[in-house]
Design a protein around this ligand. Structure first.
Ligand code: IFM
Length: 486
């Protein structure tokens, strides 16, 4: 995605404009963040189980052992989704629950959980949207080298075949990876995510193998799923902005766009790695041996939908030598850039914007620009907003309510941005709020609440926040309320 967009000036959509017919309203979660039942029915540890047990890696020593106990409470959760009027539920599958060692035959008890979840959703009239991988690699595969090793793509293709066989008759929309950038660069670059390795070259190798695993899984899914099934990948495309108009800051934005966005969109949607990325990272990997003949063709097989996740823009500069970075990406401070090929780039907090509890600037125009950029750069593929939302310091009032006007304002602003992008020609097919309910926010543990439904972790009681009722109203109207957040 390009950094500066003088050609696209955001404008206000007329109030109460309805969303397109068929626009999908959903909410999303991920297996490790909500399921719990970490050692039940044959599940074995994933890299997140190991990482969260490593002292100092996750705030308060929190783990996903119990999380929101969705594994046991999924029926109640689906009933709640139905009451809120959700039309779709985006969930991910825990690989080590269905194929504990990441190899060999599947465990029926693990598959049964997802069969039952999907049946419950279908019964409630809610479309299931399954993601194969949301960051939780089986630990045994990490022990064998993890994503930096090419053989992991073989394992992923086998796993995709297992899941297509188990759920292909009832799940119509499949996503290979959620935010492979995080798996590669937070997992193997900065190490603030599992498996916690700090090896820039491994991060790049992981990125290529995640791309290849995506392509191979798409081929497997296509071969096994009914023709009407939709395949996709979800990327957290960075909406990169240079701090100033200087050439040095423009170069910082270009580098971050390369290693944050085009490293995935290039091979997946154009069948090539960007030349500037290869040049910027040549000191770390030999791309000519990393990328084998046939890889790019495999990676660029057609997909039906591109999922995009957006929370906040990325403001970058090339600081003078010796000047410090004010970086805070919400995923933990780091003394060096986790972005190979852009080691000297500094990250900044935008001034003058309201912030969420993650300290992320609230900037709906970033979503508008992201959607417009993506539809300009890849007009052949429809878009789906697969995650958008915000963490705030929610609490239960003495009356038992959770008022979250900031989240309502956030959602209103971002849905307005979606609507403006649609009005200006972007083919956006739906919106998934992150998250259905409060959950394990990775290195932040349970300290950050992204849910539109509050979870009291002591009792596992669910309390729909005011934003859940507001979102239900938006879904009912198929439009934003005319007067804005109440
Ligand atoms: O909670 C995460 C999710 O797992 C992936 N996208 C960003 C969310 C908020 O940080």
């Amino acid at each position: 995605m390009t950094a500066v967009r003088p050609d696209i000036a955001p404008k206000q959509a007329p109030e109460a404009t309805r969303f397109p017919t068929g626009f999908v309203w959903g909410a999303a979660t991920a297996a490790y963040q909500v399921e719990g039942a970490a050692a039940e029915d044959g599940r074995t540890p994933s890299i997140w189980d190991t990482f969260s047990r490593t002292p100092g890696k996750v705030r308060n020593g929190d783990t996903g052992d119990i999380a929101a106990d969705h594994y046991h409470l999924y029926r109640d959760d689906v009933a709640l989704m139905k009451r809120l009027g959700l039309k779709a539920y985006r969930f991910s599958i825990s690989w080590s629950r269905v194929q504990p060692t990441g190899r060999g035959p599947a465990v029926e008890r693990g598959l049964d959980f997802y069969r039952k979840l999907v049946d419950e959703l279908l019964e409630a009239g809610i479309t299931p949207v399954a993601t194969l991988y949301h960051w939780d690699l089986p630990q045994e595969l990490e022990d064998a080298g993890g994503w930096p090793q090419r053989v992991t793509t073989d394992r992923f293709a086998d796993y995709a075949a297992i899941m297509a066989g188990a759920l292909g008759d009832r799940v119509g929309t499949w996503t290979t990876f959620n935010e492979p950038w995080c798996s590669a660069f937070l997992g193997y670059g900065s190490g603030v995510h599992a498996p916690g390795r700090t090896e820039p070259a491994s991060a790049l190798r992981a990125a290529h193998h995640l791309n290849l695993a995506h392509g191979r899984a798409i081929e497997v899914l296509r071969g096994q799923l009914p023709a009407a099934a939709q395949t996709s990948v979800t990327l957290n495309l960075h909406q990169v902005r240079p701090l100033t108009a200087s050439a040095a800051d423009a170069d910082a934005a270009r580098r971050i766009d390369a290693v944050g966005n085009r490293i995935f969109t290039g091979p997946m949607l154009r069948g090539e790695y960007p030349e500037d990325l290869i040049a910027d990272t040549r000191h770390l990997v030999d791309w000519s041996t990393l990328v084998h003949d046939g890889d790019l063709a495999a990676i660029s097989g057609p997909i039906d939908v591109l999922g995009v996740n957006y929370y906040t823009p990325t403001l970058v500069s090339t600081p003078e030598k010796g000047a410090g970075s004010t970086r805070d990406d919400g995923h933990g401070a780091s003394d060096y850039s986790p972005w190979p090929g852009s080691e000297h780039v500094a990250f900044h907090l935008s001034e003058g914007k309201q912030r969420t509890a993650m300290n992320w600037a609230i900037d709906p125009d970033g979503l508008y620009n992201l959607l417009m950029d993506a539809s300009r750069d890849h007009p052949e593929v429809p878009l789906m907003v697969t995650e958008n939302g915000a963490a705030f310091d929610d609490y239960v009032s003495p009356e038992g309510r959770v008022e979250d006007p900031e989240r309502i304002a956030y959602l209103h602003g971002h849905l307005d941005a979606v609507q403006r992008a649609v009005a200006d020609g972007a083919d956006v097919r739906g919106y998934f709020l992150w998250s259905l309910m409060d959950n394990f926010e990775w290195a932040y543990g349970y300290s950050k609440r992204f849910g539109t439904v509050y979870v009291d972790y002591a009792s596992q009681r669910r309390i729909p926040k005011a934003s859940a009722h507001w979102y239900a109203d938006v879904i009912r109207r198929h439009a934003l309320p005319p007067t804005g957040p109440s």
